[in-house]
Design a binder for this molecule. Structure first.
Ligand code: C2E
Ligand code: CA
Ligand code: CA
Ligand code: CA
Length: 383
């Protein structure tokens, strides 16, 4: 569904054409040919798993060969920007190597000595790095999925333990891939973060969340629950982020304190940037949560300088509540959150026992399968 189909005999691109993009060959065979001194010469054949037309894209020169479908073909288009971005980010040595190979290929093509079989002295087929291709294919598909609005935002309830009331939700993205099924955000968000694709993806999620808040308000939900959105590092580079979120909220007449931003511990390394974000959010009444607290090389440093409104305790600590040591550690986190005047949300709460211990320790909020799984907005509206 993300790929383009060509029929036997179709010209996919012609020598001299301006490069529009490259393709990953999913199925079928393609003949590469060039015209030398008025004579057409076949350079070779490409098949499934190979890249087609990436040369012209790398240095933006016109196509040096014509690609014709020998059979019916299915190709996944790859945007030139996808290569450009990875190339720019690549190790300079790798970049230099690639560029020198490209130059050599082009000059070999120009003189086209051939080896008597009509094949060029350079190989057209790339060593297939299946993993790299998988990534780039998934990236193309994600780009298309975004345009087709195939990314779904689900809401997972966050309960105030003492009252049993649902105080808000966390927005968790899902990608219903037509062939791969549900692709985990842990997989595709990381991929999107490797390129600037996370920016349109992040924007889309933010807009969807504002739409959802608007819908909850329109249906008269009182008090209006908050929705927390996960942010990625690249989104934080955007100096206009807070302003753009505010514009979305204003357009729908929504109070800014109903949207929370979640930032993971690993993003907090850049203190100055986060301090700036916190300041700008607080100036307009938007709340920011420190996500996945306690994971990684846990560090209390951020809490010395950064005033988060909420701390989200990672689910691994909730799992540890079946041991006395776990109870002791979570107890200390509860006390710390209280001393800092921060709300504490325990994540990954799956059993009544866990909720009961959290309640006794004085943790205010619980999130997890016990309270509810992430569901579409419809389910929330019906509840
Ligand atoms: P996270 O922010 O820590 O989100 C909580 C994860 O725990 C979610 O996984 C959620 O489905 C899962 N979970 C909730 N309750 C339970 C439970 O009781 N038990 C267990 N075992 N798991 C539970 P999910 O939805 O797969 O998301 C994984 C991660 O992907 C998120 O971790 C977040 O870092 C990232 N992510 C998800 N949606 C977005 C998004 O819209 N934007 C960004 N930037 N990242 C997102
Ligand atoms: Ca989160
Ligand atoms: Ca988390
Ligand atoms: Ca997590």
């Amino acid at each position: 569904p993300y790929s383009e189909l060509f029929k036997t005999g179709d010209i996919i691109f012609a020598e001299g054409d301006a490069p529009s993009g490259a393709f990953l060959i999913e199925s079928g065979r393609i003949e590469i040919s060039t015209t030398q001194f008025g004579e057409r010469r076949v350079l070779g054949e490409l098949g499934p798993g190979m890249l087609l037309g990436e040369m012209a894209v790398l240095d933006e020169s016109p196509r040096t060969a014509t690609a014709r479908a020998l059979t019916n073909c299915r190709l996944t288009p790859i945007d030139a920007a996808q290569f450009a971005e990875r190339l720019a980010a690549a190790d300079p040595v790798v970049r230099a190597l690639l560029m020198s190979q490209l130059t050599r290929y082009r000059s070999a093509l120009a003189t086209l000595t051939g080896d008597g079989t009509g094949r060029p002295s350079v190989s057209l087929a790339q060593p297939d790095d299946a993993h790299a291709f998988d990534k780039i294919r998934l990236e193309s598909e994600l780009r298309a999925a975004l345009e087709r609005k195939e990314l779904e935002v689900r809401l997972q309830p966050i309960e105030e333990i003492i009252s049993g009331r649902i105080a808000g939700y966390e927005a968790l993205v899902r990608w219903q891939h037509p062939e791969r099924g549900a692709v985990s955000p842990a997989e595709f968000i990381r991929l999107a973060e490797e390129t600037s694709l996370i920016l349109p993806v992040g924007d889309y999620i933010l807009e969807r969340v504002c739409d959802m808040l608007g819908e909850l308000q329109r249906r008269g939900r009182k008090p209006l629950p908050f929705i927390a959105v996960n942010l990625s590092a690249r989104q934080l580079d955007d100096a206009q982020l807070v302003e753009r979120i505010l514009a979305h909220l204003r357009k729908r007449d929504l109070p800014p304190d109903r949207l929370k931003l979640e930032i993971t511990e690993s993003l907090v390394l850049d203190y100055a940037r986060i301090a700036d974000l916190l300041e700008r959010c607080h100036a307009v009444g938007m709340h920011v949560a420190l996500d996945d607290f306690g994971t990684g090389f846990s560090n209390l440093g951020p809490l010395l300088t950064l005033s988060f409104d909420q701390i989200k305790l990672d689910g691994s600590f909730v799992k540890a509540l079946d041991r006395q040591r776990g109870v002791a550690v979570v107890g200390v986190v509860v006390a710390m959150a209280r001393a800092l005047d921060c709300d504490l949300v325990a994540e990954g709460v799956e059993t009544r026992e866990q909720r009961e211990i959290l309640h006794q320790l004085g943790c205010r909020y619980a999130q997890g399968w016990l309270v509810g799984k992430p569901v579409p907005l419809d389910h929330v509206l019906k509840a």
